[in-house]
Design a protein around this ligand. Structure first.
Ligand code: GLN
Ligand code: ZN
Length: 767
């Protein structure tokens, strides 16, 4: 019998660099402090280092073209020459000026010589890459769209690796997912498939000519609900591309194939990658359905989370299959979504540290597994023992399991999630207590995080100013902000959030069960990286988190001061979360901790508490069939957090987006007394969801687009309020900006809010 082999692949490595080298190289180039050559040298250095590292760690199949200076979807647009007309592109290839203009917009009045693009063009739209926190640049296609190869990046990087002695498997975003992610101007993107396939066939042929024997072709859209024409597109695409050049590893991730399995099984590709972390159950049906010659790549390590695997467990699971067919072992998806190396985390509690696995560790884990499957369990003895010990330690650690939390969850009354009285009753009580005018004015919470605020925070972290001095500084800022809000006549005030580094981290740092990394950066978009908190254990709140700040701020004014909290669903969705219990179980624990805080704020005298759920919508599962169960527990968690208060305490929530059609029922069920949302850009269009649903509670439709430095005039805001008044009874309307003001400057905020208050006054007079 032929001996089967197991090899390892990574699907993609973090681009940003161990110490965020790419970020600094990009930002220095953008600021004009270094040259294009400097940037290219830094980028090449990273690619070389990443190949060498992955090889040394034991990866057999190395990716190329997984690197990007900004985003791989933008790279694909450049590759196929899909350049939106507003960049006025007439060149042969996409140069760096055009590339970064598409990514970031181009500066006014900076049409330098040799630069073909228009002087003032907005950036392409950015949106989330499936349900991750990575953002890609949305392709824009027009009816007259033509395609041609306009970037040699994929070929160059293949050759670059080859010259270093690495035979790589280039990564290419598949044509159907590309079109499904695109937005068409007067054209249905999929209608462009035939033309696009000509170009893809040419790209593949060119790669084959250079020596590539396999290409990793990513089609993550195969895990979505597909319509008939989309299924058709996959059939047509792969019938054409299967013979165009190298063998294709059709790569799916972020979920299971589900009802697309029949479709996929018939595609004439040579290899198929499956996400067995988010969809472990799909292995069996796939094996039953797939052609025997198809090479399977099994995504067995979580490419989106940071937990160390239990290698012996995986070994026993995979052993029977490995005896039957050749296999590739891989992370579930590209390692783009995890930080680079746990070894840098010298500040972590070592016990927690040994439970973690970042990109580097994941490659090692894959290599150990493959070794054991190829040569016998003993070949990975050391790695397996360490892995088993860590797994047992994690399972049994008192750091994770807090019996008090378990007891509290078990005792959770099903009704803990409901306010005692219906909204109509609460509203009366709140009106009486607060005595607010019509069209009450407020802001979303944060005021500008000025360079001075950031500097003070950094100095405090470095120990250059002590706690007392830092506290004095923050209090002075807070007091000034409160005074100013009083002066301009806002009705409901905020303390400004100067003490907060980030709306999730600030709470995570004070809750039991969270850990923070020093270097655990993950690319969010372009040069922007985030360091998600690690939720590793049962969550509880040892002491109040915000009450002192609230009390201080309320002490500076007689106007109502909002208590300001981040909601449980948002804290969950922006963290690396436990994989040893369902997400909803972790969320309920956070919800209880927030509930405690809400009640403490109320006891301290707060008449209004705002619980932000900025990330509730983005947590929606990719498959519609799973939406309801997510929304059910997300809403329940919000209600747990918000319902422990009296009728006359007003609960606000804030969601900074403008798409509510899919979730309006859930929003209704959250039953916040007031919700503020983003509506300035869409000119109140999204309110339709609320009117159609007859949403009864109060709404603050944002009238000031805080994402732009533009200062809105009073008139613009009265116009917007008048539009809102066509859809909602005036008594239901609050007046506020779209979101928090932390990214703005005081020079912008001051006139804008003065005008906003004036706009509200006008509306009151008009009646
Ligand atoms: N209260 C937060 C702020 O004002 C809300 C931020 C957000 O929703 N993204 O900054
Ligand atoms: Zn917001």
């Amino acid at each position: 019998m032929k001996k089967m082999t197991v090899s390892t692949a990574t699907l993609g490595f973090p681009r940003i660099g161990t110490r965020r080298e790419l970020k600094f190289a990009l930002e220095s180039f953008w600021a004009g402090k270094s040259s294009l050559a400097d940037l290219q040298t830094a980028a090449a250095g990273l690619r070389v280092a990443h190949w060498a590292r992955q090889k040394a760690l034991g990866a057999d199949i190395l990716p190329s073209n997984d690197f990007s200076l900004y985003d791989h979807v933008l790279d694909t647009s450049a590759l196929i020459g899909a350049i939106p007309p507003r960049y006025d592109w007439s060149g042969e290839t996409v140069g760096p000026d055009l590339y970064f203009a598409m990514a970031r917009g181009s500066q006014t009045g900076h049409a330098h010589a040799g630069c073909a693009h228009a002087a003032d063009a907005t950036a392409m739209e950015m949106t989330k890459w499936f349900d991750t926190n990575y953002h890609f640049l949305v392709p824009e296609l027009v009816a007259s769209q033509s395609f041609r190869i306009a970037s040699t990046k994929i070929f160059d990087e293949y050759e670059e690796a080859k010259a270093l002695g690495y035979q790589t498997r280039p990564v290419l975003l598949g044509p159907v997912s590309y079109l499904m992610l695109a937005k068409g101007n007067a054209v249905e993107p999929l209608a462009l498939l035939p033309a696009l396939l000509d170009i893809y066939a040419e790209i593949l042929a060119r790669l084959a000519k250079r020596g590539a024997d396999w290409v990793q072709i990513d089609e993550p859209c195969l895990v979505l609900d597909l319509a008939e024409d989309q299924r058709d597109a996959f059939q047509r695409a792969y019938a054409r591309l299967a013979t165009a050049g190298p063998r294709l590893m059709l790569t799916t991730y972020f979920g299971g194939l589900g009802d697309n399995l029949d479709l996929v099984a018939e595609l004439p590709v040579h290899g198929l990658h499956l996400d067995l972390v988010l969809a472990p159950d799909q292995l069996e049906p796939v094996l039953a359905r797939i052609q025997p010659h198809v090479l399977l790549s099994l995504g067995i390590l979580d490419g989106r989370n940071i937990w160390r695997a239990n290698l012996p467990d995986l070994y026993w699971r995979l052993k029977p299959l490995a005896a039957e067919r050749d296999l590739i072992l891989a992370p579930s998806c590209s390692l783009l979504h995890v930080p680079v190396d746990v070894a840098l985390e010298t500040g972590l509690d070592p016990e927690v540290g040994q439970w973690l696995s970042f990109a580097v560790q994941k490659v090692e884990e894959l290599a150990a597994l493959a070794r054991a499957l190829n040569e016998g369990e003993d070949a990975a003895f050391v790695a397996f023992s360490a892995s088993r010990i860590a797994a047992v330690a994690r399972r049994t650690s008192p750091k994770i399991h807090d019996p008090a939390v378990a007891t509290r969850i078990a005792a959770l009354d099903v009704d803990a999630g409901g306010r005692t009285a219906p909204f109509a009753v609460r509203r009366k009580a709140q009106r009486k207590r607060l005595g607010l005018p019509d069209y009450p004015t407020t802001t979303i919470g944060s005021f500008p995080q000025t360079p001075e605020v950031r500097k003070a925070r950094a100095a405090h972290i470095r120990g250059e100013i002590d706690d007392a001095a830092y506290d004095r500084y923050l209090k002075a800022e807070t007091k000034a902000a409160v005074r100013w809000q009083e002066e301009i006549g806002l009705d409901v005030l905020v303390h400004g959030e100067f003490e907060r580094n980030d709306m999730v981290q600030y709470f995570g740092e004070q809750l039991a069960g969270f850990a923070f990394t020093r270097s655990g950066w993950v690319q969010s978009y372009g040069s922007r990286c985030v360091r998600p908190p690690i939720l590793y254990g049962d969550v509880s709140r040892p002491v109040p988190m915000t009450v002192d700040w609230w009390r201080y701020a309320q002490g500076c004014t007689d106007k109502p001061m909002k208590g300001m909290l981040t909601g449980p669903v948002t804290i969950l969705n922006w963290s690396f979360v436990r994989d040893d219990q369902p997400r909803e179980a972790s969320c309920r624990q956070i919800a209880l901790a927030i509930r405690d805080e809400v009640q403490d704020l109320e006891a301290a005298g707060a008449a209004i508490v705002q619980i932000d759920e900025a990330a509730l919508r983005e947590g929606l599962p990719l498959r519609r069939s799973e939406w309801q169960s997510y929304l059910d527990w997300a809403v329940e968690c919000f209600r747990i957090a918000s319902s422990g208060v009296r009728d006359d305490t007003q609960i606000h929530t804030h969601m900074c987006y403008s798409e509510f059609n899919d979730i309006i029922r859930a929003i209704g069920a959250m039953d916040a007394d007031v919700i503020s949302i983003e509506t300035a850009r869409s000119r109140m269009e999204l309110l339709e969801a609320f009117t159609t649903y007859e949403y009864p509670n109060e709404i603050g439709p944002g009238v000031y687009d805080i994402h732009s430095p533009r200062i809105p005039a009073e008139r613009e805001m009265t116009d917007l309020l008048a539009l809102a008044g066509k859809q909602l009874p005036p008594a239901q309307i609050w007046v506020n900006p779209d979101c928090g003001l932390k990214t703005r400057q005081w020079d912008e905020v001051r006139p804008a809010l003065i005008a906003m208050v004036a706009a509200a006054h006008k509306m009151r007079i008009k009646g």
